[in-house]
Design a protein around this ligand. Structure first.
Ligand code: SF4
Length: 340
């Protein structure tokens, strides 16, 4: 399968009054044409910063790509001039943000906001742009699109506004959509409708989606593959089945245990992940999860674990699976039920 996006050893830092925050520390992944890759993790894990780096937006926030490559359709984005990145953004790469009220302009009519991107990136007449805009409003399931075209965002419901944001992202037929928590601000019924709209359009257009989320329910519903991020590092990656059915990194396992599921028996309780993520002003040199991991060993604190493969697409970075640490699992006899 051809890769539309390749991120290799991406490192992003932010300069703050308190020093340098190493938000993304050597992240690598790829996205195939037509698939959905979900990047999951808790707040501060670096998932949104990774998305912003792909969109060339970290420099607007005192951030800097320190190292690594982002190759989109053969073009290296980290070294591309600002104007070229801006030309790609909105045309070939669309972005859907979490809160439609902050990504929509409250003083501008909905139709004009969708047309803005069309005029910026395409040679198109006013009439063609209006027709395309109304078609896009229909495509994302907005009733009475001609009327909505003339309305302002505050005249629409939250779900409707998120559909408008999707229409803006789709306006120029991008081949990649980056959706950063696209349904977090919505209630569950509207969330399901928005996800249905997005996946139906994805299949119709063979579009790729990078979905940034902390919601494992959303991941299970729409993703093909998953990258689990913790403290700026991808600690495990695999197909959605591999991650849900056969997780191998203690953080992924704990993450899955901490969310409610329909199979959870009444007597079973959700298991919170004790502790807090490490301080990224001075990140740990070893495994980032060591402070919270019940299996942490000396080697975990000293050295960053390497990727251990379980299948062509499934890997985890954990010393428990490293062949050089053979036998260490046995040390935890009696404790395995906490995880495996
Ligand atoms: Fe736990 Fe060590 Fe594996 Fe990190 S490398 S998850 S600390 S066992």
């Amino acid at each position: 399968m051809s890769h539309i996006l390749d991120v290799d050893n991406l490192q992003v830092s932010f300069t703050t009054y308190g020093g340098e925050v190493q938000a993304v520390r050597g992240v690598s992944f790829h996205v195939n044409a037509g698939e959905t890759l979900a990047i999951v993790g808790e707040s501060g894990s670096g998932k949104s910063v990774t998305a912003q780096a792909i969109m060339g937006m970290v420099s607007t926030k005192n951030g800097q790509v320190k190292d690594g490559e982002i190759i989109f359709k053969g073009k290296e984005l980290t070294t591309l001039p600002k104007k070229k990145i801006q030309a790609l953004r909105g045309s070939e790469i669309g972005m859907i943000f979490q809160d439609p009220m902050t990504s929509l302009n409250p003083t501008m009519k909905i139709g004009k906001q969708i047309e803005e991107g069309l005029f910026k990136h395409q040679k198109i007449s006013k009439n063609e742009a209006k027709k395309k805009t109304i078609d896009l409003l229909k495509l994302v399931g907005i009733p009475a699109p001609e009327r909505r075209y003339r309305q302002y965002p505050h005249e629409c419901s939250g779900g409707m506004r998120q559909r408008i944001v999707i229409a803006i992202a789709l306006a120029c037929d991008p081949s990649l959509i980056i959706a950063d928590e696209p349904t977090t601000a919505l209630d569950v019924t509207i969330q399901a409708q928005i996800l249905d709209v997005l996946t139906a359009i994805q299949q119709e257009r063979n579009m790729s989606i990078v979905l940034i989320t902390h919601d494992l329910g959303v991941v299970a519903e729409v993703a093909d593959r998953v990258a689990v991020m913790y403290a700026g590092v991808v600690v495990e990656s695999g197909s959605v089945d591999e991650i849900f059915e056969n997780p191998q990194h203690p953080y992924t396992i704990k993450l899955l245990q901490s969310v409610p599921s329909s199979e959870l028996a009444e007597s079973q309780r959700l298991v919170p992940i004790e502790g807090t993520p490490p301080d990224l002003f001075s990140p740990p040199q070893g495994c980032p999860f060591a402070e919270r991991c019940p299996f942490a060993m000396e080697v975990c604190v000293e050295y960053m674990p390497e990727e251990q493969l379980f299948s062509e697409n499934h890997y985890a970075k954990c010393w428990l699976h490293d062949p050089r640490a053979a036998g260490v699992k046995e040390q935890f006899a009696g404790k395995e039920e906490v995880l495996w």
